[in-house]
Design a protein around this ligand. Structure first.
Ligand SMILES: [Zn+2]
Length: 1015
């Protein structure tokens, strides 16, 4: 989080309209905004204040029934619950006052609604650069814990700090059973207009396909946002923050914190009350009902909550005693109490369609579009960890079903999975994956992720090796030099589709041959790596069934085998070098074009520039001019000289400039892929390049490998200080002012370029979580990525992706918190580019994005003594492929381990549930996006999952698993068009209980039970 850049002063109450006779009902919601990361690490935060929040709040709530608190970030709550809370804190929260008979447990406080969990995820996630897989994960983890421990389910969201609001998140909250949604950071001028017209509250239909089925009432916080207004006309200290400011690294021993507000005393009481009442009345003028949500708190508050409540209690009593004079009443409240009052008003609300609130600006020079590209490495590792988790979850589920008594210990496996779930959840924090944290916090996330991924690898290796032949381990000896020439490879497809793909393995030898399980040679290609002089890239053509793995034997040698067709040697591809070309010598282009052909395309490379010249899409025989190169924005680092760029903000003071003076190229023609390597030199005379593009053109003629995706891996860095580098893909497409980008990998948003008086470049940047495209009447040019970036289309036909930023500025606030983003790393993101007719592109781009996200898992095993043929598993059958129709995606297949019925309320965790399988299936297409693929699809889950085992029962659940959908009731809200958010009748309970019909953009969640023979 960061502080609001504008100080909001309390205006005196004079001409604000309010209800003439009724006092305004004010819901004072005590809360503490606890960033899971940002400037301080999680451990530092726990020590300095976070643990004290829950310790002191639970004590204070038990003293007075009127007090309330909302708990938001589950990671901190669980760290407190598991590691800090004493038995007495859990069981009785007032041990020091024995005369009181009433002793409250945390469970009681929760059950009575005085301690309320809102949002309920591990973190308050960012909404711009997070992927749907991870949003679901972090909510499922949080909700599972809350339900198991306290028997309650969060019903309201609290997105008070994410930097802009996505249209996908309200849909996910609706699917999770929420009654209402809350956002805060929307464009400054828009919020202003919404306040003036009392349109801060509306019913949001976030999905264009799901429409009113998943609509949700949404409250936008007013200009004071989530912090208590702190200006006091009668004091030069801030007000309402009686516990002061948290101290790092250690809390003060005497309990006296800096900047504690003036205490509420006889002398200050009336002045405090007037200030508060004036603020309430000012805010009441922006809302349609007579209720005001008055958040009481801010960042890192309530660590010493006795001081907070001891001052607020008498203040509120005084206001209520004089409510006629003040025109307001005040009460402690949770979020549900506020929303209940608004709901009871029975008003008719405006409808907002699937438009989102991205990007976000705090004033005309402050566009928060820089963070879309800040800390590229962290964004990439987070996404890789998420993909590894998905693979490990699906594999462990398959393993549990097929080898319930197998040697991979279930508690060991679940611990590995939970560590990875926790690390992937944590980094979704709005100062995590956004790259807006201090360097030490970025290191903390990376460390947690890499450590958990090592555990994930151990789990994958154990699952692949242990059940198959336990003897391997007992007979395994240390490999000698000779044995290193043979390796086994296991390739697993974590998607529920059959795929044909090219797997890339790094090798240490120039020659190789690869064989499949039946000892047949497999088509392969080997060549020197682009990234290193001593390693080689081995490409293997692999065909894999849904959720299936295959094994290969790789043999390496210094010399090629004598006759390739017989010995199965890899095609040895060699580089053809091209002379370095200087930009200054570009006189004529397009004269000497070199074609590279695939099943889909004819790429033309210009030998005079060493750049891409055009792509002909062979199916339509349409040639499109396409160029690609690197440009950079030169940022200002001096606040006195104009707007700056930092972790959060992108300020383009001028247009981008070409970031190189010369380009060198190599082409490596191949049988499986042809590689085009382009190296960009900053200065003509430089020896080392600073940017590169390695494009892999699939050449697998006659195979099933789809030829549309041109996979490009870039290398950038270290950058010069105050450079923001973009990959520009220019084309002859007449795309005009329109760009399409995705919200959270769930849905595409149409972005029409807008002109602003200032800052037009930066305010036309959008997050690209997975996908961006432009199109004209005939063709579409699509990019899908392996991590989030910022993307823009500054002129027609152009896609500009911001890949890397390195910044420094002298703003004291940035320097004080070390948030200038002096990121000197070398980054290597991957994008796939596709060019196709609109009809073809709309059929394939989503699948391409999913396949890039969930590439096959490759495990290389150095076990030469391993018996080649796997022993039959007595008593269990081999799993066969699990294949969904092309428009349905297996979003989740996991064993969450949560117990969805026990509510212990104590530290003793119930036994994990190893038999409950959580399955989520998502329809990838929007209504009307494709004539065939957008249609509803009916599948029989028993048949579809047959490859995993015999399904005995299915139960449809809410998105995070805590509700049986049959018993889930959400509040309905009246809308101007009269369409109610009724549940669509589920057609699965027809004749066949296992038959499910899934419509456009639906995500359906199930608990699946497998037959006891399998479990
Ligand atoms: Zn925050």
């Amino acid at each position: 989080m960061r502080l609001l850049p504008v100080m909001f002063y309390l205006i005196s109450y004079s001409n604000v309209l309010t209800y003439a006779n009724e006092p305004i009902q004010t819901f004072v919601i005590p809360h503490s905004h606890m960033d899971v990361g940002w400037v301080y690490t999680i451990q530092e935060s726990m020590h300095a204040y976070a643990a004290n929040v829950y310790t002191s709040v639970t004590e204070e709530l038990s003293k007075d029934k009127n007090r309330r608190f909302i708990a938001v970030e589950q990671e901190f709550f669980r760290l407190w619950w598991d590691d800090v809370a004493s038995v007495s804190q859990k069981k009785q929260v007032r041990p020091w006052h024995n005369s009181w008979k009433c002793q409250y447990t945390v469970l009681q406080l929760v059950k009575e609604g005085r301690l309320e969990f809102v949002l309920g995820g591990q973190v308050m996630p960012d909404e711009a650069v997070t992927d749907i897989d991870d949003l679901l994960l972090q909510m499922t983890e949080g909700h599972g814990f809350i339900f198991q421990t306290f028997g309650v389910r969060p019903r309201f969201s609290w997105g008070v700090d994410p930097f802009g609001a996505s249209a996908a998140t309200p849909v996910l909250f609706a699917l999770s059973g929420f009654h209402a949604h809350l956002v805060s950071r929307v464009d400054y001028d828009l919020k202003d207009a919404m306040q003036k017209t009392k349109k801060l509250q509306f019913v949001w239909r976030g999905s264009a396909s799901l429409q009113e089925q998943q609509q949700i009432f949404t409250h936008t916080m007013d200009q004071f946002s989530y912090c208590t207004p702190s200006y006091l006309p009668f004091s030069n200290r801030s007000g309402f923050y009686w516990n002061g400011v948290a101290m790092f690294p250690d809390p003060p021993k005497d309990g006296v914190y800096p900047n504690m507000s003036l205490p509420v005393t006889k002398q200050t009481l009336h002045a405090y009350a007037s200030t508060m009442a004036d603020n309430i009345k000012q805010r009441a003028g922006w809302f349609r009902t007579n209720h005001v949500l008055w958040p009481w708190g801010c960042d890192k508050q309530f660590y010493n909550s006795s001081v907070q409540f001891a001052n607020m209690d008498p203040l509120m009593d005084y206001i209520n005693q004089n409510s006629k004079d003040f025109g307001v009443t005040v009460q402690y409240a949770t979020l549900s109490e506020y929303f209940q009052a608004v709901h009871n008003s029975q008003l008719v609300w405006d409808v907002r369609d699937s438009e989102d609130f991205l990007p976000y600006s705090t004033d005309s020079h402050q566009a928060w579009t820089g963070f879309y590209a800040s800390r590229n490495i962290l964004k990439g590792v987070a996404r890789r960890a998420s993909a590894q988790l998905h693979a490990a979850e699906t594999l462990f589920t398959l393993y549990r079903i097929n080898y319930p008594d197998g040697p991979v210990a279930k508690d060991w496996a679940l611990a590995k999975l939970r560590a990875l779930r926790w690390a992937v959840s944590e980094v979704q924090h709005h100062d995590g994956i956004t790259g807006t944290e201090s360097p030490k916090v970025a290191d903390m996330y990376l460390q947690h992720l890499t450590r958990a991924m090592m555990g994930g690898k151990e789990l994958l290796a154990a699952i692949f090796l242990l059940p198959h032949n336990i003897d391997i381990f007992s007979s395994h000896k240390k490999a000698d030099a000779h044995q290193a020439l043979e390796r086994h490879l296991i390739v697993y497809n974590p998607l529920a589709w059959n795929i044909s793909t090219v797997v890339n393995v790094t090798a240490n030898f120039p020659c190789a041959s690869v064989f499949d399980e039946s000892r047949q040679p497999v088509p392969t290609q080997i060549q020197r790596s682009a990234a290193s002089n001593v390693t080689y890239d081995l490409f293997i053509l692999a065909e894999l069934g849904g959720l299936q793995h295959r094994k290969y034997l790789m043999k390496f040698s210094e010399k090629p085998c004598p006759w390739r067709p017989k010995c199965g040697g890899a095609f040895e591809a060699r580089a053809v070098p091209f002379e370095r070309r200087s930009v200054r010598d570009w006189r004529k282009v397009g004269r000497r074009l070199l074609p590279v052909l695939s099943d889909c395309y004819k790429l033309m490379i210009d030998q005079d520039t060493n750049l891409l010249h055009s792509i002909t899409h062979l199916q339509d025989k349409r040639r499109v001019r396409v160029t690609q190169d690197f440009w950079e924005y030169r940022a200002n680092g001096d606040v006195k000289a104009g707007p700056i760029s930092d972790n959060y903000i992108f300020s383009a003071n001028a247009s981008a400039v070409r970031a190189y003076e010369a380009v060198r190229m190599e082409i490596i023609p191949g049988e499986i892929v042809t590689e085009i390597r382009q190296y960009f030199y900053r200065k003509e005379s430089d020896e080392d390049y600073v940017f590169s593009i390695v494009t892999r053109v699939p050449e697998c003629f006659g195979s099933k490998v789809r030829c549309h995706g041109l996979e490009q891996t870039y290398s950038l860095g270290p950058l010069a200080v105050n450079a923001e580098v973009v990959l520009r893909t220019g084309s002859s497409l007449k795309s005009g002012r329109t760009l399409y980008t995705d919200d959270n990998g769930y849905q595409m948003m149409k972005r029409t370029r807008k002109e602003f008086a200032n800052n037009t470049i930066a305010r036309n940047y959008f997050p690209m979580v997975r996908t961006a495209y432009i199109e004209d009447g005939l063709s579409r040019l699509v990019l899908v990525g392996d991590r989030a970036h910022g993307v823009s289309s500054q002129v027609g036909g152009q896609l500009e992706v911001m890949l890397h930023r390195r910044l420094w500025n002298n703003l004291p606030w940035n320097l004080g918190y070390n948030l200038t983003l002096n990121d000197s790393s070398v980054v290597r993101p991957t994008l796939r580019m596709m060019l196709a007719s609109k009809g073809v592109a709309s059929k394939i781009y989503q699948r391409e994005a999913v396949e890039l996200q969930h590439r096959p898992v490759v495990v290389s095993i150095d076990l030469p003594q391993m018996h080649w043929t796997e022993k039959a598993h007595e008593g269990s059958r081999r799993a066969s492929a699990v294949v969904l129709p092309p428009n349905l995606h297996l979003l989740t297949l996991s064993i969450p381990g949560w117990n969805y019925s026990v509510h212990s309320g104590e530290n003793a965790q119930p036994e994990p549930d190893y038999d409950r399988v959580l399955l989520r299936i998502m329809h990838l297409f929007e209504e009307g996006e494709d004539p065939e693929l957008s249609k509803p699809v009916t599948i029989n889950l028993k048949d579809v999952l047959w490859g995993m085992g015999e399904v005995s029962a299915i139960e449809e659940r809410s998105l995070t698993g805590t509700w049986d959908v049959g018993s889930l009731q959400r509040w309905t809200w009246k809308t101007a068009d009269g369409k109610a958010g009724k549940k669509k009748s589920r057609r699965r309970f027809g004749d066949d209980p296992f038959s499910v019909t899934i419509s456009a953009k639906e995500i359906r969640t199930f608990f699946v039970s497998f037959d006891s023979r399998n479990l």
